[in-house]
Design a protein around this ligand. Structure first.
Ligand code: ATP
Ligand code: MG
Length: 174
C-alpha cells in the first residue's frame, strides 16, 4: 500500500485546508520547532483510526480540532483524508471527521463506514495507526520498554497478520 495524498482541514495547527502530495520514495518533513511536523504524522495516525487522545498528545479526542489563537477563532470540526493505493484495491480515499460534541465519523470513497472497516483496510496492508513504521518522538523508549504481549502485537502488525486477529475477534462476537 502506498500513501499518495494527505488532506487536512482544522486539524491541530493546520487550520486552513492543506493538500500534500506524497511522492514515491522517501519523504522528508523539515521546518523549525513547532511548525507542525509531528502534527502531520499524527494526522496520518488519526485518519487510520488512532483512538487514544494521549498518543496524539491531547487530553480528549476533540483536542485535535484547531483550538484557536489570539488572531483566529477556534474551528468546530477537523477533517483528514488519506488517499492510498494498493495492488488489491486500487485507489481509495479514507476520511475521518470529528465535530465538537458529535464524535468521529469515517468514510471510504465518500461512503459512511465503521471504524472497523478502516482498521481492516489498513490491517490487511500491514499498516495502521499503530504501525511500527510510525515512530513518534516519544516512542523509541516505549518500544524498548514494551511488555512482551505489546511487542508481539507490534511484530504481528509488521508481519501483516494483524488483520486476521481483527477478523477473529469479529467472528467470536457473532
Ligand atoms: P518539533 O520540531 O519541536 O518537534 P514540530 O514541527 O513537530 O516541532 P508540532 O509538535 O507538530 O511541531 O506542532 C506544535 C504546534 O501545534 C504548537 O504550536 C501547538 O500550539 C500547535 N497545536 C497543537 N494542537 C493544536 C490545536 N488543537 N489547535 C491549534 N494549534 C495546535
Ligand atoms: Mg515534533
Amino acid at each position: 500500500m502506498r500513501f499518495r495524498r494527505l488532506k487536512l482541514t482544522g486539524f491541530k495547527s493546520f487550520v486552513e485546508p492543506a493538500d500534500l502530495r506524497i511522492e514515491p520514495g522517501l519523504t522528508g518533513v523539515v521546518g523549525p520547532n513547532g511548525c507542525g511536523k509531528s502534527n502531520l504524522l499524527e494526522a496520518l495516525r488519526w485518519v487510520m483510526g488512532e483512538g487514544s487522545p494521549k498518543s496524539l498528545r491531547g487530553g480528549g479526542m476533540e483536542d485535535v480540532i484547531f483550538a484557536g489563537t489570539a488572531q483566529r477563532p477556534p474551528r468546530d470540526f477537523a477533517e483528514v483524508s488519506l488517499l492510498v493505493e494498493s495492488s488489491a484495491d486500487g485507489e481509495s480515499e479514507v476520511t475521518r471527521r470529528i465535530e465538537r460534541g458529535a464524535g468521529s465519523a469515517y468514510r471510504i470513497d465518500g461512503r459512511d463506514v465503521r471504524q472497523k472497516d478502516v482498521a481492516l483496510l489498513f490491517a490487511d496492508a500491514a499498516t495502521g495507526a499503530h504501525s511500527p513504521a510510525l515512530v513518534s518522538q516519544n516512542r523509541i523508549g516505549a518500544l524498548i520498554s514494551a511488555k512482551p504481549a505489546e511487542r508481539r502485537a507490534m511484530l504481528e502488525e509488521a508481519a501483516g497478520i494483524a488483520g486476521l486477529h481483527v477478523r477473529r475477534k469479529d467472528a467470536e462476537q457473532k
